[in-house]
Design a protein around this ligand. Structure first.
Ligand code: NAP
Length: 503
């Protein structure tokens, strides 16, 4: 079993601090970790700025080789990563193995992506020396890396949205050094992945300031990181409350910087009447499976289903409850997340407008699914019902008829995803719903479940606030590199002076 040393990686050196905190593993041994300090954050950021002067000017081939080397080094530590990751998060080994493949696949995808060069979005307007009344100069455009980037990983993806996750991969691909604030729910997993990145730094001859990992333990670590003047953007995956606090700090800086926060979402699923008639039981089984996947701890968990009243809708609700009731207890990521789930359930239990369809008891870090039902009128009046409960909790909103669905859809805040379950006969209604759903969500799906997020060119994992803090961005897929780039125009610059990618 991997035994963490509990130190921070600051610009190529493993550093200990006096104070320590413990991880809270679901099973296995407890380990101690050095608490991060403001001084360490500032050292890491200064080193990242220094590293930018070389790393920001590496060739695309050098960066691609570096990204591939990180993937290799992660694979070389595969078993140890699964062991510590599973112990710290309670996620099953198979899930960690899958997530590791996704993480290394993501790094390799970015390597291929930058080699193609399209992301540079190079443009060229030729000079018009004879233009009247004034000549036009030659102008070229290209995307350049923005500088050091801060990354905050999420508790529920200890690999794919963490130390070497999508934000880090996209920033490194762009040419930006990265300072990671490790998530306190999986500090040992963060440490071993940081070791893999450090090994790749050494084998590829990359400036050591290009990557640092600071363990948390105290909130001032994250605050100091987003306020550090060398940091030019922040990639964050996590809660609405945490994301909003850090977003506000970024906006208050003397030099405000973009904060790319991917936050929570309830991912509404509209069950259209034709689909309900055709396959209520099948849909119920699918929804139940999506709700409990990973103990419901997915930002894309479809927590709310909108279903017409009537016997077919009743059958859907009953079949969902039946499928959920068969789920074995699952372990949640942290004691705090388990407590938040119990509190979220209590919020529903305390409301007269909400009917409990399936009520389960859970204790400690274990959870079981719960299902509730509410009428559309009461749902619209009570905003708290549309807030995310992180975990396997489903809410069915009953509409008097499917014609009410567009009005109800307008009521939702920004979402990562919105789903329509439909049959051919639902086409007219779906056409009415789509323009509303595409204003609400980063990804609209038909006849599927949103829990899986493909890492591809056309993926958008983002959406209007509060799903994310930048509706123009995605944190998954190759387009996520754009967050860490900025366009520069080069006017009348001689070929011998132009950057290599433009010359
Ligand atoms: P979290 O509690 O917000 O933690 C994320 C990171 O932010 C951690 O490093 C945490 O530090 C730090 N942090 C939180 N609040 C802070 C504050 N006020 N000041 C400074 N730093 C702060 O989120 P989580 O527990 O990892 O994830 C659960 C939530 O994330 C769920 O709501 C879920 O839906 C959402 N999520 C969203 C996505 C997405 O893509 N949109 C993906 C996964 C999860 P500590 O380590 O010290 O706590």
């Amino acid at each position: 079993m991997f035994k963490p040393h509990g130190q921070h990686l600051v610009a190529g050196e493993w550093v200990a601090t006096a104070e320590t905190f413990s991880n809270d593993p679901a099973h296995g041994e407890i380990s101690n970790f050095s608490v991060g300090t403001v001084d360490l954050v500032n050292r890491a950021c200064a080193a990242a700025e220094e590293a930018f002067w070389s790393y920001g000017y590496t060739s695309r081939a050098q960066r691609a080789a570096f990204l591939n080397a990180i993937a290799d080094e992660i694979e070389a530590r595969a078993e140890a990563i699964t062991e510590i990751g599973s112990a710290e998060t309670g996620l099953p080994a198979a899930r960690l193995q899958g997530e590791r493949g996704r993480t290394t696949g993501q790094l390799r995808l970015f390597a291929d992506h930058i080699l193609k060069g399209d992301y540079l979005d190079r443009r060229h307007d030729e000079a018009q020396p004879d233009r009247k009344p004034a000549p036009r100069p030659e102008i070229r455009l290209m995307q350049r890396p923005i500088g050091p980037v801060a990354v905050f990983g999420a508790s529920n993806f200890p690999l794919a949205f963490s130390t070497a996750g999508g934000d880090t991969a996209a920033a490194l691909a762009a040419g930006c050094p990265v300072v990671v604030k490790a998530h306190s729910a999986h500090p040992g997993t963060s440490e071993i992945v940081a070791e893999a990145i450090f090994a790749a730094i050494k084998s590829c001859g990359i400036h050591p300031g290009t990557f640092s990992l600071i363990q948390g333990g105290k909130r001032d670590v994250g605050h100091a990181l987003v306020k550090n003047p060398f940091i030019k953007a922040v990639g964050f995956t996590g809660s609405l409350a945490g994301g909003r606090a850090l977003f506000d700090l970024c906006a208050q800086r003397p030099e405000p910087i973009p904060f790319f926060g991917e936050l929570g979402s309830v991912n509404p699923m509209f069950v259209l009447p034709g689909a309900l008639k055709e396959k209520a039981t099948e849909l119920a089984a699918g929804w139940a499976g999506s709700l409990v996947m990973g103990a419901g701890q997915f930002c894309t968990n479809p927590g709310i289903a909108i279903v017409p009243r009537g016997s077919e809708g009743d059958a859907f609700v009953a079949a969902t409850a039946e499928a959920l009731a068969k789920t074995a207890p699952q372990t949640m990521l942290t004691s705090g997340i388990a407590q938040a789930y119990h509190d979220g359930k209590a919020r529903f239990d305390g409301r007269n407008s909400v009917r409990s369809v399936l009520a389960t008891e859970s204790t400690g870090r274990e959870c079981r699914p719960n299902l509730y039902e509410v009428q559309a009128e009461a749902f619209i009046e009570d905003h708290a019902l549309s807030e995310e409960v992180f975990g396997p909790l489903g809410l069915v909103v009953r509409v008097a008829s499917a014609d009410e669905m567009p009005a109800l859809a307008k009521n939702f805040e920004g979402q990562l995803t919105a789903t329509m379950q439909m049959a051919d006969e639902d086409t007219a209604l779906a056409r009415n719903l789509l323009p509303i759903l595409e204003r609400k969500a980063g990804r609209v799906l038909v006849n599927g479940f949103p829990t899986g997020v493909e890492v591809v060119d056309s993926m958008v994992h983002g959406g209007p606030y509060p799903a994310s803090t930048n509706f123009g961005a995605t944190s998954v897929g190759t387009m996520s590199i754009r967050r860490f780039l900025r366009p520069v125009s080069y006017q009348n610059i001689p070929a011998g002076v132009l950057p290599d990618d433009l010359a």
